[in-house]
Design a protein around this ligand. Structure first.
Ligand code: AQP
Length: 334
């Protein structure tokens, strides 16, 4: 039976990139009736130092965003990672399966560590092996993510295969990334070659799910573009990363293909297209923002939902972890 797992880091407020690349698709998968498990990955978030009070706040805000976007905590399992200890335990076992060389080839690690790799946390290096544990602790086979996570999911496969080979078992399934839709990589509004990111120092580079209508309109108006009008066909967006990004965002929000957006706006100037994009963004995002704000008024209720989700997640992960311990040769006598 197919089972979906995915997560988002509560390392900041969620962006339009997280929404289109991940959250919106989490909801679609839930609504298709597939078993869905979604997680605020707080253990991953602390691979970079987080202020404790803000981490709590961002985890609740993330949960509120999931629910406001359409995740139903009855139909999906929604929880924060640290409440289910199987993640950390299996993560350790995978640290002993994964190879240093595999990890050193991860582009996200190289990007985040920059020139300072001696001084980043050991956790940041091991990030992908914990991510493999997140998924495989549930024997999940499908993982909806943005394009930036493709390499980590290939590594997750490598870990599953090596575990199965090392212990001569057929235990962990092969995981399939679900990277689909018009906005698998939403780019920065200031630089069409950089990913839109929570941690970009410029707030103008991203749309946050907490931005109000005026802020969204202002950021889109100021978004970097070139002076050319929109082309007749997609081919004409080649080498125009900023223009292409805005078209892709429009397509994903409207539920259209990028081809259809270009066909509709062929020859239009950005002076015409940007207000339309702003209008569409506000129409799609402001109901989510309003609902998030309402949910955030009752943090105890959010914590209760996360706790219940964690119990359900634990019930799936514990038996799988117990089997892993048996396979590896660990005594379980209590
Ligand atoms: N720009 C993006 N376009 C499409 N999808 C994206 N995702 C992130 N940015 C984009 C997808 O969102 C999910 C959760 O990401 P994450 O929070 O675990 O970490 P991240 O990818 O590192 O996100 P950020 O925003 O860039 O955070 P920081 O700056 O803290 O690292 C993933 O499925 C991801 O693909």
């Amino acid at each position: 039976k197919p089972r979906i797992f995915s997560g988002i880091q509560p390392s900041g407020g969620l962006t339009l990139g997280n929404y289109l690349g991940a959250l919106k698709r989490f909801v679609e998968k839930q609504d298709e009736g597939i078993e869905t498990i979604y997680c605020l990955v707080d253990l991953h978030a602390i691979t970079v130092w987080q202020d404790p009070e803000r981490l709590r706040q961002q985890t609740r805000e993330g949960a509120a965003a999931f629910i406001a976007a359409g995740i139903d905590p009855k139909r999906s399992i929604l929880f924060n990672q640290s409440q289910v200890t199987a993640h950390a335990e299996l993560g350790w076992i995978f640290n002993c399966i994964a190879r240093m060389g595999w990890m050193s080839r991860m582009t996200q690690f190289k990007d985040k560590a920059g020139k300072n790799s001696e001084n980043v946390s050991l956790g940041l290096f091991a990030y992908p092996s914990l991510m493999a544990a997140d998924i495989l602790a549930y024997h999940a086979t499908m993982v909806p993510v943005g394009d930036d996570q493709k390499q980590h999911l290939e590594l997750c496969r490598d870990i599953a295969i090596k575990f199965n080979n090392d212990y001569k078992v057929d235990f962990f399934p092969v995981v399939e990334p679900l990277i689909e839709g018009a906005a698998t990589r939403v780019m920065s509004l200031r630089d069409g070659t950089k990913k839109m990111s929570k941690s970009d120092p410029s707030d103008q580079s991203r749309i946050n799910l907490t931005d109000d209508a005026d802020m969204i309109a202002q950021k889109i108006r100021k978004a970097k573009t070139d002076p050319e009008p929109l082309p007749e066909t997609l081919e004409g967006l080649k080498d125009r990363p900023e223009a292409k990004n805005l078209v892709n965002i429009y397509a994903a929000l409207a539920g259209m293909t990028p081809e259809a957006v270009v066909a509709e706006y062929a020859g239009a100037q950005f002076g015409t297209f940007k207000p339309k994009l702003a209008e569409l963004s506000v129409a799609k995002l402001s109901p989510i923002t309003t609902e998030m704000n309402r949910l955030m008024k009752d943090p105890a209720e959010i914590d209760r939902i996360l706790g219940q989700g964690a119990e359900r997640a634990d019930a799936i992960a514990q038996p799988i972890l117990a089997q892993v311990k048996d396979i590896v040769g660990m005594i379980r006598s209590r």
